[in-house]
Design a binder for this molecule. Structure first.
Ligand code: MTE
Ligand code: MO
Length: 199
């Protein structure tokens, strides 16, 4: 007799292997939560490296760029997944088009506060689904979740989604970021369970 799926079995087309769905929004990072002046005059986003026109954006300049809303799932390497996150922000592609990425650029190194970094192939970073998000589920990001701006790359483990991003560096060679130097995978595909260096 068939009684349907047991309740503990999750939708394997939606949930990558060995992930558990949570309805909370865990906070995970290394280092301290940064705080900024109310007018964000002490904040900027720099885009540099292998680009034709390096640029530094104020938060208001970024808000002037068309903002878009996209819903995606979070998969953290520590095993939790959070479904249906509505992110609002600026398309990564728009920024890359503005600075003009040079053909030699193949990877991106994201720089966040306190020298935290993470590496991503340019092809992945430039996907239509990649966002520089300022809001989550209709509210501005909280300080813990990356205020004022975080990266969201839904198809990779969430550690690639840098909170408190301050610079985007276009580079030729792949180089490990903070967690990648500490044993995490260089790419981080949750569907292939690329959690650690050796996976
Ligand atoms: N700047 C920075 N961004 C970071 C991290 C970090 O340590 N520093 N940790 C990553 C990890 S491991 C995860 S799972 C997510 C967690 O995001 P959340 O705290 O909003 O859930 O942020 C990612 N972005
Ligand atoms: Mo994570």
């Amino acid at each position: 007799m068939y009684f349907g799926k047991p309740k503990t079995q999750q939708d394997s087309t939606r949930i990558p292997p060995n992930q558990n769905v949570t309805t909370t929004f865990p906070v995970l990072h290394h280092g301290n939560v940064p705080y900024y002046k109310k007018d964000l005059s002490d904040w900027s986003l720099k885009v540099f490296g292998l680009v034709d026109k390096p640029a530094t954006y104020t938060f208001n300049e970024l808000l002037e760029i068309d903002s878009l809303t996209a819903t995606s799932d979070i998969h953290c390497v520590t095993g939790w997944s959070k479904l249906d996150n509505e992110w609002q922000g600026i398309s990564v592609k728009t920024i890359l088009d503005q600075v003009g990425v040079r053909p030699e650029a193949k990877y991106v190194l994201l720089h966040a506060e306190e020298g935290w970094t993470t590496n991503i192939p340019l092809e992945d970073f430039a996907k239509d689904t990649s966002l520089l998000a300022h809001s989550h589920n209709g509210e501005p990001l909280t300080p813990e979740h990356g205020y004022p701006l975080r990266v969201v790359i839904p198809h990779l483990y969430f550690w690639k989604s840098a909170k408190w991003v301050r610079a985007i560096e276009l580079v030729k060679e792949d180089q490990p970021g903070f967690w990648e130097k500490n044993g995490y995978h260089m790419y981080g595909d949750p569907w292939k369970e690329q959690r650690f260096t050796w996976d």
